[in-house]
Design a protein around this ligand. Structure first.
Ligand code: B3K
Ligand code: ZN
Length: 868
């Protein structure tokens, strides 16, 4: 199939101003009647064409008259109708089959036939699996939705919008109607029907609207929804205060399902969540997961303005809603928790997930120019790099300027399907600035390299900082242009004090908007140490020839928490390279000494210390190498951390572990979470230098843990260090949590992290476990995702067995759920940079897949993988 191109965009020839939908719901078969009020674009002369996939057409009428065969055609997923005029009404009746829908797109069944419930997922193009419609985001319609079903089997009936009546029908059936006053694209349509429990809360918006908040879940997990409800209320208040955005319907529903292709979905008035990002209780939820629930609750809620009230003109503009909403979510999380820790987490994620994507065969711009399957473009680039672009713009405008710009953006585009140009124009106009140079960031793939070189002139008492940029070529984009790169910086004197710059300020932003430029700072007496790209002010790779002692100075004295961590990362990176190349240990020594010093002082926040003590992971280390050998990287990564643990010393590690362990309460406050984070890190380090003792501590911690955070941390140490206590702990865990899907996912995932050769046999054993199924995306991610995407030494075997197993499962999975298969296939990203033996094996496995009959989703990923 030929790709869809941004350059080919045309406005819709036919709009739908109003749609009435009626559902007669059943597990095996559901009937959908639709009534479309059509409007024609007078400037275009195209026949009426509607999207529809896998629909069984039962009846069709135009302007009240049934259509004769020959006046309409349904083929190749398009329904073409003759004789439609501006103002015509098209009615169709179709049958769909929810229980047979394993792709989890359109109308499907979550859970078992006997007890499960029905729900929909439409973004990006699922609505065409429900009824005939122009399935594109620039067709905005008002929805009236009526649901009918058996009352005993489907006591709860929900759709987006405000409730507009409900009642009884003959034969034990009932109905409910919902009207959404806000025009929306069809990807935001949703319904839910089945046996669900609820928790509720009343909320009054800042502008005085009373809203009923309802979270729905199956009976066995309804007690785990309270945390999400609190988080929702925090998110709503935050959006009122930070952006002046109020909620706009009288109800807000959130529903939890265990069967979901991604994290959650922002359907208007009826958010649907993967249970993983909604349910939370101390017995099954880790601290990181609590924060993820809060973040995703915020993310989907914030979409109500950035995505729903203002939506995207076409799917190329996806980052208009996703990058912006991730940015808003990150701000929210930073305000609710710790801003520097949040920044560290976000940048670590960017480096782990987005940088490799941007450097490999799947690289694409934040606004892609073409796609074959849009679901393949819900990527770290569109989301996380997209957020970084918004962050640069926000930094450029300052807090108030950005708020002014956002106010104008929302006011001007409310009820519209907008573009990234609309966004930049509003931000710029509100501030009297031309932001169009930043558009280049949206169109150019690849991570820019920023090279910094400082020169101090003691005679002129000047510091000259030369910045250069270049971006390596990416598939289809051999030549790159310079981009505007905002570099937030400070200068430190050799004693670790910040020097005054312009107007006495100690921090300044310079923008490199060409290939090279030198910035001169006057009045600098002694050679300073520059703290560059503070807070990670641009998504680039900084190359600066710091001496190890200079990085140690920043690690110790920088006032920017993020840059302290960054200095530790840079030191660790060099220390790693020294070990790898068997060179002198200058950086290694400084890294160990400085961190050991910080470890002793006890002054640092425990969570920041835990992060400082964590070097870049194996995926990030591989990122900077050619002829990658993941087994060797794993060994060096362990050796690197062993050096650090040795320098800190057994005694200090034991002492700190016991000090932290004395507080075993389950409290969720920041200080308790920070202690648990550091305790985990200390236990991991201890396992490298005093293994048997660490394993005994881990076993005891596992038995006595008051939180899942402590329990899972202990279990991970036991499993990964192949402890004699590991099997008993796994068996105990398995028994305790049998029947708890989310806890069992962690049981699969922790074993999929087994390093090295042992992983494959374990993965094989686990896929034969009766609790494993390819039909559940969370389970697939827990086992195969963790192994293939998060455990390089376990997946990348020199004998190629890992690649062959994954390829075989991808083929099976693709027949069930193409979206999940395509995402898992990205595990092969980076295969070209493997050492020759593994490279040959990986290529053969990917090529073997490409020879099969694949979904459009998987075919595109595999094809791109082989093209570059
Ligand atoms: N908008 C959805 C993602 C839909 C993915 C479709 N394959 C969740 C989110 O980003 O909020
Ligand atoms: Zn989103």
């Amino acid at each position: 199939p030929s790709p869809i191109r941004l350059a080919d965009y045309r406005p819709p020839a036919w709009r739908v101003d109003h749609i009435e939908l009626e559902f007669d719901l059943g597990i095996d078969a559901s009937e959908v009647r639709s009534r479309l009020q059509l409007a024609r674009d007078p400037a275009q002369d195209a026949p009426l064409r509607l999207d529809g996939e896998g629909l069984e057409l039962l009846a069709i009428a135009l302007d009240g008259r049934p259509l004769d065969e020959g006046t309409y055609r349904y083929r190749d997923n398009v329904l073409e109708v003759d004789g439609a005029r501006d103002g015509s009404v098209l009615e169709t009746r179709v049958r769909v089959r929810p229980a047979a829908n394993t792709a989890l797109e359109g109308l499907y069944l979550s859970g078992s036939r006997e007890r499960g419930f029905l729900l929909t997922q439409c973004e990006a193009e699922g609505f065409r699996h429900i009824t005939f419609f122009p399935d594109r985001p620039d067709v905005l319609a008002k929805y009236t939705v009526t649901l009918r079903a058996d009352r005993a089997r489907f006591p709860v009936l929900l759709a987006g919008g405000n409730p507009d009546g409900a009642g009884e029908l003959p034969d034990g059936r009932h109905w409910a109607r919902f009207v959404d006053p806000y025009p929306k694209p069809c990807y935001l349509f949703a319904l839910v029907a089945g046996r669900l429990e609820r928790i509720e809360r009343d909320y009054r918006t800042a502008d005085g609207r009373d809203v009923r908040l309802v979270i729905w879940a199956e009976a066995d997990v309804i007690d785990c929804c309270g945390y999400a409800m609190d988080a929702l209320e925090r998110a709503m208040r935050w959006d009122e205060q930070a952006y002046g955005r109020n909620y706009d319907l009288s109800v807000f529903h959130v529903v939890a399902t265990h069967d979901f292709n991604m994290g959650a979905m922002e359907n208007k008035g009826l958010n649907i969540f993967n249970a993983k990002y909604l349910l939370a209780d101390p017995d099954t939820t880790t601290d990181d997961e609590y924060r993820a629930v809060e973040a995703v609750i915020g993310h989907e809620y914030f979409h109500n303005w950035s995505g729903n009230r203002v939506t995207c003109r076409d799917w190329f503009q996806l980052s208009l809603k996703e990058g912006l909403t991730v940015f808003r979510e990150q701000q929210f999380s930073a305000d609710m928790n710790s801003a520097p820790l949040k920044r560290i987490d976000d940048v670590a994620l960017l480096r782990r997930a987005q940088f490799p994507e941007d450097a490999g065969p799947l690289a694409h711009p934040v606004r892609p120019a073409q796609y074959s399957e849009i679901n393949n473009f819900y990527t770290a680039t569109v989301y996380e790099k997209g957020s970084e672009l918004v962050r640069m713009l926000a930094g450029r405008l300052g807090r108030e300027g950005f708020r002014r710009g956002m106010d104008l953006y929302f006011a001007r585009n409310d009820g519209r399907a907008a573009t990234i140009e609309d966004f930049l124009t509003a931000l710029g106009e509100a501030n009297g600035l031309d932001l169009s140079p930043y558009l280049a960031w949206y169109g150019q793939a690849g991570t820019p390299r920023l090279v910094a070189e400082g020169r101090h002139d003691p005679v002129r008492r000047e510091y000259a900082l030369t910045l250069r940029q270049h971006t390596p070529p990416t598939p289809g984009q051999p030549d790159k242009r310079p981009l505007p790169i905002p570099v937030k910086l400070a200068l430190f004197d050799p004693d670790g004090r910040m020097l005054p710059l312009q107007d006495g300020a100690t921090e300044q932003v310079v923008v490199l908007d060409r290939a090279e430029h030198t910035f001169v700072f006057p009045g600098i007496e002694r050679a300073p140490v520059p703290s560059l790209l503070r807070g990670f002010s641009a998504p680039v790779i900084l190359e600066c020839a710091y001496a190890p002692a200079e990085l140690a100075l920043l690690l110790t004295h920088d006032t920017d928490g993020f840059n302290r961590w960054e200095a530790a990362q840079q030191l660790a990176w060099r220390a790693y390279a020294e070990l790898r190349d068997e060179r002198d240990r200058a950086a290694l020594t400084v890294w160990c000494e400085t961190l050991a010093g910080l470890f002793e002082t006890m002054k640092l926040d425990a969570a920041l210390l835990a992060d400082l003590l964590t070097p870049p992971g194996e995926v990030e280390l591989a990122e900077r190498e050619t002829d990658v050998d993941p087994a060797r990287i794993h060994a060096l990564h362990q050796a690197l951390q062993r050096e650090l643990a040795t320098r800190i010393g057994n005694a200090a590690l034991h002492a700190r572990y016991h000090d932290l362990a004395s507080d075993a309460a389950a409290a969720l406050d920041a200080a308790s979470q920070a202690r648990r984070r550091l305790r985990r890190r200390v236990l991991e380090l201890l396992a490298l230098v005093d293994t048997a003792a660490a394993q005994a501590l881990a076993a005891a911690q596992f038995d006595q843990a008051a939180t899942m955070t402590d329990r899972l941390a202990a279990l991970a140490v036991l499993v990964r260090s192949a402890a004699p206590q590991a099997d008993a702990a796994l068996a105990h865990y398995r028994k305790r949590y049998d029947g708890n899907a989310l806890a069992l996912d962690k049981w699969f995932a922790v074993q999929a992290q087994l390093p090295g050769e042992a992983a494959l046999a374990r993965v094989r054993a686990l896929e034969a476990d009766p609790r494993f199924t390819l039909k559940n995306p969370n389970r697939v991610q827990a086992l195969f995702g963790t192994w293939a995407r998060g455990n390089p030494s376990g997946f990348h075997r020199a004998d190629g067995e890992g690649y062959r197993l994954l390829a075989a499962r991808l083929a099976e999975l693709d027949a069930l759920n193409p979206q999940v298969a395509a995402r898992l296939a990205t595990a092969f990203n980076g295969w070209q940079r493997l050492e020759p033996v593994r490279r040959g094996q990986a290529r053969a496995a990917v090529a073997g897949l490409a020879d099969r009959r694949l979904s459009r989703n998987l075919a595109e990923i595999v094809g791109n993988m082989l093209k570059a």
